[in-house]
Design a protein around this ligand. Structure first.
Ligand SMILES: O=C(O)CCC(=O)C(=O)O
Ligand SMILES: [Fe+2]
Length: 319
């Protein structure tokens, strides 16, 4: 599927000083974010909410976490399948991740930390909590910008209190037993099932995005930036105006790769497609749905085998 291209994803400056704008420049910036998402389903955001110290400490904390024995890591069991602990599986032997649910609440990060380190690990706990809070601020900025550019702020306001954040520390081993430049799949092509995704990596690249033209873009992003990516629930909520991009990770045999993904999910709130996004050119494509229940559906046989799980779950079939 698809060839590799040298196209670059747009980079948008969302550092605090560049958001201090007069109203017409603000509108231009909001439109820039929305157009990038409409075209690619994602973009690179420069963001200064995570200091260099916090970033360095967070990636060190990740190494400590993955160095724990497997029997400790498997204790992290969550209700959502595949969010608790995934260890090196046959299809993706390089991949390992752990999910921290409700990561913007201190209690949740404390209880995860206690599970991993019964005698405590204060710096891990503080760094993960601070990191999650900082990136949740980026989510608020991005959501405000998109909803303003579509004129649907009041709809977003009504669901914002139902946004929950899953922090997913992830480690990819470098490709094993391969030649230089030969790549091995780190994570299979997929779309995310949540609402929005925010990815941050150590120096090692590997993420690839499938464009609408069927070409894979290698995403290279510098340390001070984040990949902002629409997920399935967001695609449905925007009535398909912004599509969740298919993405994968390809690893070379150079270095292991660490990633911090923050995933927004809307819980306990039925998502209704804003009527402002429905018109003659954009007929209603999705019924009201529950993001969290959709994530559960995805892991059923029907969900896994569907060509588009979100369309099977809540899509309106065109006549
Ligand atoms: O490692 C990455 O850059 C992407 C991770 C990813 O796609 C996921 O966890 O859903
Ligand atoms: Fe993903």
């Amino acid at each position: 599927m698809g060839s590799l291209t040298k196209t670059k994803l747009p980079t948008i400056d969302l550092r605090s000083k560049s958001l201090n704008l007069d109203s017409s420049s603000w509108v231009t910036k909001c439109n820039e974010v929305t157009r990038a998402l409409e075209q690619y389903g994602c973009f690179i955001a420069t963001f200064d909410g995570v200091s260099k110290e916090l970033r360095d400490a967070s990636f060190l904390a990740l190494q400590e976490l993955f160095d724990l024995p497997t029997e400790v890591k498997v204790q992290n069991v969550l209700d959502t399948p595949y969010n608790g602990y995934i260890g090196r599986q046959i299809m993706v032997p390089l991949y390992e991740s752990l999910g921290i649910e409700y990561a913007t609440t201190k209690e949740a990060v404390e209880s995860f930390t206690k599970l991993m380190w019964p005698s405590g690990n204060q710096s891990f706990c503080e760094n993960m909590f601070m990191y999650s809070k900082a990136v949740a601020e980026l989510d608020k900025i991005v959501m405000k910008m998109i909803s303003q550019s579509y004129g649907i702020e009041h709809h977003y306001e009504s669901l914002r209190g139902s946004a929950t954040y899953l922090l997913k520390p992830t480690k990819y081993l470098r490709a094993q037993g391969t030649e230089k430049f030969e790549k091995m799949m780190g994570i299979l092509p997929h779309t995310d099932k949540c609402f929005m995704t925010y990815l941050h990596q150590d120096e090692v690249n590997g993420l690839e995005i499938l464009t609408k033209d069927g070409e894979w873009i290698e995403v290279e992003y510098p340390p001070s930036s984040f990949v902002v990516m629409a997920a399935d629930a967001f695609m449905a909520w925007t009535n398909g105006r912004i599509e969740a991009p298919t993405h994968r990770v390809m690893m070379t045999n150079d270095n292991d790769r660490y990633v911090l993904g923050l995933f927004t999910t809307i819980r306990d709130h039925i998502l209704q497609i804003p009527q402002e996004l429905v018109d003659e050119n954009h007929p209603l494509q999705y019924k009201p749905f529950d993001n969290y229940k959709y994530m559960q559906f995805y892991y059923t046989e029907e969900g896994v085998n569907a060509e588009s799980a979100i369309k099977t779950y809540c899509g309106i079939q065109s006549q």
